[in-house]
Design a protein around this ligand. Structure first.
Ligand SMILES: Nc1ncnc2c1ncn2[C@@H]1O[C@H](COP(=O)(O)OP(=O)(O)O)[C@@H](O)[C@H]1O
Ligand SMILES: [Mg+2]
Length: 264
């Protein structure tokens, strides 16, 4: 069975998509079978892997969520042999409303994934900057969450809301339980780090004080190559195999593999 990891933070621009694409690509290069799911209607992961979310394609997460097609019929092969993608589409915005009447509407993605879960070692889900129903579906399908943190002054303030949502999904403090009591935090990963910026080092220290070894040792530095690669439709490792961004995300992938060493 695949280990299913959601990349989530309701703040936009913190590095979720960059982390999802490059962690998934790194795991695939390290010879794991990987599926990446674009669970954001903005479809940045889809375009970042060179698929066009604007074409009138009828095989995306949207059609899967409204029960029109099977998940396996929406999968596409990326440029990396061991990496498959489930694309997104702007229509996914409407799925939140269309799903409202569905039974077990938090578990639609979880059920859709069951038939393919044993074909992969890792399933990585890029979430939207929201805590809406699609994100709740991702958190319900997931075994764990990776939370990217951009080391800005207010970074830790928004975390309370995210942690509260995780507790809701886990069903903590709710006698009726939640949709995913087993959900774990895989780790916090610091993104866009600049060693010359004093506040960045302060935020990293604070994170480590609060969350100890739940913070990944690997820190993702600010690296222009990481921001250029998506416009070429490539994960950074195929765009510039020797830049810091490539080695940072390979290290993050190795750390994820170590934390899940019973699975490898
Ligand atoms: N380590 C990094 N170095 C430089 N730019 C980055 C880095 N991580 C992300 N970016 C850029 O920052 C912006 C926001 O990142 P993105 O991954 O799209 O965040 P999110 O998915 O959380 O909204 C994008 O333009 C992306 O290319
Ligand atoms: Mg994104």
């Amino acid at each position: 069975m695949a280990k299913i990891i959601a990349i989530a933070n309701q703040k936009g621009g913190v590095g979720k998509t960059t982390t999802a694409i490059n962690l998934a690509a790194s795991l695939a290069v390290l010879e794991k079978r990987v599926l990446i799911i674009d669970a954001d209607p903005q479809a940045n992961t889809t375009s970042g892997l060179n698929f066009s979310p604007s074409s009138d394609q009828k095989r995306s997460l949207y059609e899967v969520m409204i029960g029109k097609i099977r998940l396996e019929d929406a999968l596409v092969q990326t440029e990396i042999p061991m990496l498959h993608l489930l694309p997104s589409h702007i229509n996914l915005v409407g799925a939140e409303i269309e799903m409202l009447g569905a039974a077990d509407r938090e578990s639609i993605l979880k059920r859709a994934l069951e038939p393919v879960a044993d074909r992969y070692d890792y399933i990585i889900m890029d979430c939207a900057p929201s805590l809406g129903l699609i994100t709740v579906n991702a958190l319900t399908a997931a075994n764990s969450v990776i939370i990217p943190i951009q080391p800005e002054f207010y970074a830790l303030e928004g975390l309370a809301k995210l942690l509260q949502t995780l507790r809701l999904v886990q069903g903590m403090g709710n006698s009726a339980g939640g949709p995913n009591p087993e959900l774990q935090i895989e780790g916090f990963v610091v993104t866009m780090f600049d060693g010359r910026t004093k506040v960045h080092a302060q935020v990293v220290n604070e994170l480590r004080e609060h969350f100890g070894n739940m913070v990944f040792n690997t820190i993702i530095q600010r690296n222009i190559r990481l921001s250029e690669a998506p416009s070429h439709g490539k994960p950074v490792i195929l765009y510039d195999s020797v830049c810091n961004g490539t080695s940072n995300y390979l290290n993050l992938a190795r750390e994820v593999l170590e934390r899940n060493s019973d699975k490898n």
